[in-house]
Design a protein around this ligand. Structure first.
Ligand code: EPU
Length: 423
């Protein structure tokens, strides 16, 4: 099995082109199911999760063509004019929970589908009850048996009002995708505000949908009968950008993040990192992040957008291990997202975890050790910690990294940092 060897005491200094966002590309790919006409997506990151979604779409009967625009971006043209299979099997859904995003589109266009229940994962129980309740509000009949969701709407979905009791990103996406082809108007209240929701709505509107209010907590979707051909470019990955910003902090280096308005995409994260002492400067088409003197401890609360993103929590924890003083992290989205703490402790970190709270007594040197990646964001947090530690670190289960970070080795190499893949 491939592992990553990270050499310690390295400093990042260079330019990182930020790839298209994984968490935007996945719903955008699923959106192709809604139409028999082609959807051309640009700036799609070459990631394992994208390949898994393409495998799933292909198994349903969709076809696609990939054109490699650069090492970091593909254009993918999808056509779903011959869907013949309406089942998303356990074998694919267990690999990637975002497979659940085919539920809304299949149901809306074909009136039936069978999608495996995703089950829990390393970061929490991750229920999908709100996806199902939202679809039921649109008139779907849902039956859960043998580990599968069987959804049907023989006479099509009907627009309706639905108030999400808890905000959910993929839940909002799934119901919005479905409502696009429902008869009449749907009003989604307490909808998620994440930029990836806006990206999906913008793409659907380019395909002919009638969506407004995206980016606010009330999204209004006037159903249409069909969608047309469209071309759309995936937004930049704000979590990848934040991850490299932390790389500058943890290695006392500097990085130019290129390809987006990251201040707008990461408001709370940048605010917190500025409080910790990192310097952010606007540059053409991006943001420069620099270490400019000793960092201070901080307290972080993860929250839905525009709050501090849970997907940058593990990386932040890695950085705080190197910051003199006591920092605190409160994880408010996922009930079990501190698995990386135990691995950081294997490298010498002083972290105490109690339920949703992690206390980090930082400032001690960390030392390379064999560690294990437990999920995507945990895996990159270990890479970051290892870059700043003494000695070298071997990270196992790096397939987590390949799911969501494009060309890490190459992007780091462009900034003078070496990591190796070893067998
Ligand atoms: N929740 C429910 N019921 C539901 C759905 C969610 O109770 O039906 C709860 C969850 O248990 C959780 C909270 O609501 O406590 C928020 O979950 P959400 O549904 O927003 O998460 P998600 O849509 O499954 C997406 C990202 C995650 C990211 C979260 C939060 C994608 C494909 N995934 O997940 O990304 O952590 O939003 O921002 O967009 C990652 O990229 O590493 C990752 C895990």
């Amino acid at each position: 099995m491939v592992k990553i060897k990270v050499y310690g005491n390295q400093k990042i200094d260079g330019i990182v082109p930020i790839s298209g966002a994984k968490n935007s590309a996945l719903p955008l790919l699923a959106a192709a199911i809604l139409s028999s006409n082609s959807l051309k997506l640009k700036n799609v990151p070459p990631l394992l999760d994208v390949s898994t979604m393409l495998d799933l779409l292909e198994s349903l009967g969709a076809t696609y063509q990939i054109n490699q625009d650069s090492m970091y971006a593909n254009t993918i043209e999808l056509k779903a004019d011959s869907i013949y299979n309406f089942t998303a099997p356990y074998e694919i859904v267990k690999k990637m929970r975002a497979s659940i995003l085919v539920l809304g589109p299949l149901l809306a266009r074909f009136g039936k589908c069978k999608v495996s229940l995703p089950g829990g994962c390393a970061i929490g129980v991750r229920p999908i009850d709100l996806h199902l309740k939202g679809l039921e509000a649109l008139g779907a009949t849902i039956d859960l048996s043998d580990g599968y969701i069987r959804a049907s709407a023989a006479n099509g979905l009907k627009g309706s009002d639905f108030d999400f009791p808890t905000t959910t990103v993929t839940g909002t996406e799934n119901v919005m995708l479905a409502a696009t082809l429902a008869e009449g108007t749907t009003v989604l209240k307490n909808a998620a505000l994440e930029p990836e929701i806006i990206d999906l709505a913008n793409c659907l509107n380019k395909m002919g949908a009638k969506i407004s209010g995206h980016g606010t907590s009330t999204i209004v979707i006037k159903g249409v009968t069909s969608l047309h051909e469209a071309e759309y470019s995936v937004m930049p990955d704000r979590i990848e950008a934040g991850t490299y910003a932390i790389a500058a902090g943890i290695t006392r280096g500097r990085v130019d993040l290129i390809g987006g308005n990251f201040r707008k995409l990461l408001p709370s994260f940048i605010d917190k990192m500025e409080k910790a002492g990192l310097r952010f400067t606007d540059i053409e088409n991006g943001l420069r992040v620099e270490y400019s003197g000793e960092l201070s401890p901080i307290s972080v609360n993860t929250e839905p957008f525009p709050g501090f993103p849970t997907d940058l929590q593990a990386q932040t924890m890695a950085m705080l291990c190197f910051v003199n003083g006591e920092s605190n992290i409160y994880e408010n989205i996922w009930e079990n997202r501190f698995m990386h703490a135990a691995e950081l402790m294997r490298m010498g970190a002083n972290i105490t975890v109690f339920q949703a709270h992690a206390n980090i007594k930082g400032g001690k040197r960390l030392k390379g050790a064999p560690v294990m990646a437990t999920d995507l964001r945990a895996s990159i947090s270990l890479v970051l910690a290892a870059l700043a530690a003494d000695g070298s670190t071997i990270i196992d289960r790096v397939y987590h990294l390949d799911r969501g970070y494009c060309c890490v080795k190459e992007k780091l190499a462009n900034c003078g940092v070496t990591i190796d893949r070893i067998s």
